[in-house]
Design a protein around this ligand. Sequence first.
Ligand code: B1M
Length: 211
Amino acid sequence: MIFDEIRKEVIQGDNRKVQELVTKALSEGHGVQDILQKALIGGMLEIGEMFIRQEAYLPEMLFASRAMQDGLKILEPLLVTENIPSGGKIILGTVKDDVHDIGKNLVGMMFRGAGFEVIDLGVDVSPGKFVAAVQEHNPDLVGMSSLLGTTMRYMKDTLEAIRAEPQGRSIKIMVGGAIVTPDFAAKIGADGYAPDAASAVIKAKELLQEK
Ligand code: B1M
């Protein structure tokens, strides 16, 4: 099955083969979401499990993530076809001390595809940097991503720092990332949580309608 082959090459970190196979899967008629979820993200989850079992180490995870992101480049034009201007400005970033950006990039891609203007602050974004961006861009929504148990607390710090700004109370704040749960989001006072990139778009639209 082609999805098994893609997962295997993601784990091997062979970006050229991943791109070839993703192109082949599309030409065979497989759906974009299936290729993304079952093959590319599936491969990343598998290498994560290997990392826990100490069958893979950081360099392998890094190569796998590059291969996954190169595969994603083939899917990107197909993921962002909706492109209707929606009149919403979103600031997006991975929180302080956290460099995981595959999920955040995917969320950003989907937001752009849904017509939002996205200002991506990148990774390891401190509360102060989020606040400076809020002051500069006056967004409708701030989205934070975290994948580590050690960094999710910065979501709370960032949220509180934004809320302390004059315009901060009217900005919707949304969180996500593998470690984040709906309970955690509610506990820190976030306006929204989404488990994946597609539902992040739905949630953001809901939140912006409330504004
Ligand atoms: Co890291 N890492 N990593 N890693 N890494 C995890 C997260 C881990 C679960 C692996 C494991 O142990 N099984 C573990 C965290 C454990 C924990 O805290 N509970 C871990 C660890 C421990 C670490 C280091 C500490 C390892 C070390 O140094 N000893 C280190 C930390 C570095 C740092 O950040 N300071 C580290 C480093 C790395 C790499 C750099 C090698 C690499 C990242 C490369 C990159 O991102 N450019 C990496 C990778 C690749 C992973 C795994 C394997 C894959 C993550 C990923 O890309 N998933 C990961 C294992 C896993 O998650 N099972 C792991 C695919 C991606 C599409 O999913 O990001 O969850 P995700 O995003 C989803 C949703 O969560 C959601 O939508 C996305 C799309 O559906 N979403 C949002 C994300 N953000 C959202 C925001 C929203 C809404 C939804 O609203 C705003």
